[in-house]
Design a protein. Structure first.
Length: 336
């Protein structure tokens, strides 16, 4: 089923603000003004019930507001519905297509090769464009944020057993899982503790009930859970956090509903990624045929919203030091 939403606004350029250990992305100077393009975004699955999709659309709205360019939003329920929708986009004159589902990448690579005048940007799952010059992969190094979450969880846990709650157990979840485990292990090297990690995955679907059920299950053996899932499932998990009065580490805004229970939040700035890609592709500073990634260095990953009742100045200083070591390459966080 297709939904089409068009945006056309004109407002003054506003500055992007980052928190925690992040810093603003450096834009080309002077800035090349975007040329008129016809841009479409395609979302698969839960639509805007998924916080990641919602954030990506927020970036698109910001781009549209600043440039006055129209952006269309197409939603499909299953990946196999994508091919005819993409064909229709191209026939309708859309020459920039932004995708947020890795299952569509192989099909989109074929579409790009057959339509050299169309630029396709694939967010989320990293993949190799295989030399096709008009398609590119743009991802966030989520493992860097997850590393910080794992470090804080291991440092703060009194039981030395922490929980990891994520969405579907697939390639998108691996950076979160591996980064979280690496951060906990790094903290253990300092403390001499052995932190055990209990993992649960929501699976296919976006169920508030399942999110709450699995979080409750984790809290039966863990004292801190990293809620690395958003949307309805994440909201359900946060209900468990509040009702059980437990501590959590959140992803993005998911922990805002439990300000007294969250320790810290970590970033995956999908809104900024979609914004930067739309700007870059339309003004010619970003071209296809390559793999691009953003992390702490670029202001797209890191930590934010520390609860100062839970996070000491010493721990904040340690997080700042970890960010510097990740940016410098002294710490290389695994993603798979």
């Amino acid at each position: 089923m297709k939904k089409y939403v068009s945006l056309l606004m004109a407002v003054l350029l506003v500055a992007i603000m980052f928190t925690g250990c992040t810093k603003p992305v450096e834009n080309p100077d002077p800035v090349t003004q975007p040329v008129q393009s016809k841009i479409a975004m395609i979302f698969c699955g839960a639509g805007f019930k998924d916080q990641s999709n919602g954030a990506i659309w927020e970036g698109a709205e910001k781009f549209s507001a600043e440039t006055g360019m129209e952006i269309a939003n197409f939603s499909i329920e299953l990946p196999n519905e994508g091919s005819p929708i993409i064909d229709e986009m191209i026939a309708d004159g859309f020459n920039v297509i932004i995708n947020n589902n890795g299952a569509l990448n192989p099909m989109l690579t074929e579409k790009a090769a057959a339509n050299p005048n169309v630029t396709i940007v694939c967010l989320e799952n990293e993949f190799d464009p295989q030399g096709v010059p008009n398609i590119l992969s743009a991802t966030i190094r989520a493992e860097e944020s997850a590393f910080l979450a794992g470090y804080v969880a291991a440092k703060k846990s009194e039981t030395h057993t922490v929980g990891f709650l994520c969405g579907t157990e697939n390639i998108s979840a691996l950076p979160f899982e591996k980064g979280f485990a690496a951060g906990a292990a790094y903290a253990d090297e300092q403390t001499g503790n052995t932190t055990l990690i209990e993992k649960r995955y929501i699976g296919n679907g976006y169920s508030r009930d399942i999110g709450k059920e699995l979080a409750t299950e984790l809290y039966s053996v863990c004292d801190i859970v990293f809620v690395a899932v958003c949307g309805e499932s994440g909201a359900g998990a946060m209900e468990a956090v509040v009702e059980l009065d437990k501590k959590c580490i959140g992803l993005g805004n998911i922990a805002d509903s439990a300000p007294g229970n969250h320790i810290i939040s970590v970033m995956k700035a999908n809104d900024k990624t979609s914004y930067e890609m739309a700007i870059g592709v339309t003004n010619g500073t970003v071209t296809g045929g390559k793999m691009i990634s953003f992390g702490i260095k670029e202001g797209m990953a890191g930590y934010e919203k520390p609860n100062m009742d839970e996070v000491s100045e010493e721990l904040l200083a340690e997080l700042g030091d970890l960010c510097e070591k990740i940016v410098s390459g002294e710490i290389v966080v695994p993603k798979a």
